[in-house]
Design a protein. Structure first.
Length: 253
């Protein structure tokens, strides 16, 4: 049985002091038993402080991005080893906002995913369609391209370590959400695509999160679906109580 994973993507929110306060509140709210994997992904400048706050708990820390090279003349970038030194265990890759605003491609996601795995980080690889693509009936084509491109050349043993996050772009920050049935259908599609990329046993081991406006009010229904293994939480992760309620829903599901 796949263990649920709830990750909070704080995006470009919270100063270091605010991040410390939020991490402290989340730690206080949540049971320390390892029933669900809980990950906090603050802005890079706050990773060290958040790692310090959650040290000794079951809460893990992740980054929102990284560069695929180990070092070099890449102004403004951060390497996997730099993240590891700050006790990061996870890294979000290929988020739709990175793709839309910063020109990331399936090829660059693939490079970063391989570099993260080589460094011992767990990649959370994001895929998802826009509203236009959904309405044009292109969901499977879009996600198949993203899965095959982003995870190309990754062996089964490493594929099992990856978390895939399905984020319908039209549901991010809009307050809209896919119905549990719509989300389950796409999660099942992703698992089938992973089986074609590797094999069914490997696909069955991969955790697939839902990343489209999951909130306390809809979390349990979404997380109860057979192929929805967690959530990549945006807005609701900025409030300790809301985030904790989603984690508790994952425990119950």
């Amino acid at each position: 049985m796949r263990k649920k994973i709830i990750a909070g993507n704080w995006k470009m929110n919270k100063t270091v002091s605010e991040a410390e306060a939020l991490a402290t509140a989340v730690k206080r709210e949540l049971d320390t038993e390892a029933k669900v994997d809980v990950v906090l992904c603050p802005p890079a400048i706050s990773i060290s402080k958040v790692s310090e706050v959650v040290s000794g708990s079951q809460i893990a820390v992740g980054a929102q991005n990284m560069h695929h090279e180990a070092s070099g003349a890449y102004t403004g970038e951060i390497s996997a080893e730099m993240l590891r030194e700050q006790y990061c265990r996870y890294v979000i890759l290929g988020h739709s906002e990175r793709r839309e605003y910063f020109g990331e491609t399936d090829a660059s996601v693939n490079q970063k995913t391989k570099a993260a795995l080589a460094a011992g980080l767990i990649p959370i690889v994001c895929v998802g369609e826009t509203l236009e693509e959904r309405e044009a009936g292109q969901i499977e084509d879009v996600i198949s391209t993203q899965i095959n491109g982003g995870l190309s050349g990754i062996e089964a043993a490493d594929l099992k370590k990856i978390v895939v996050a399905y984020e319908p772009v039209w549901a991010i920050g809009t307050g809209k959400t896919a119905t549990p049935e719509q989300a389950q259908d796409v999660h099942k599609m992703i698992r089938d695509l992973l089986a074609k990329l590797s094999d069914q046993s490997t696909a069955d081991a991969v955790r697939i999160q839902y990343g489209g406006s999951m909130k306390p009010g809809n979390a349990l229904e979404l997380l109860s679906k057979p192929d929805i293994d967690g959530g990549l939480i945006g807005g609701a992760a900025l409030d300790a109580n809301s985030f904790a309620e989603i984690v508790k829903a994952a425990i119950e599901a």
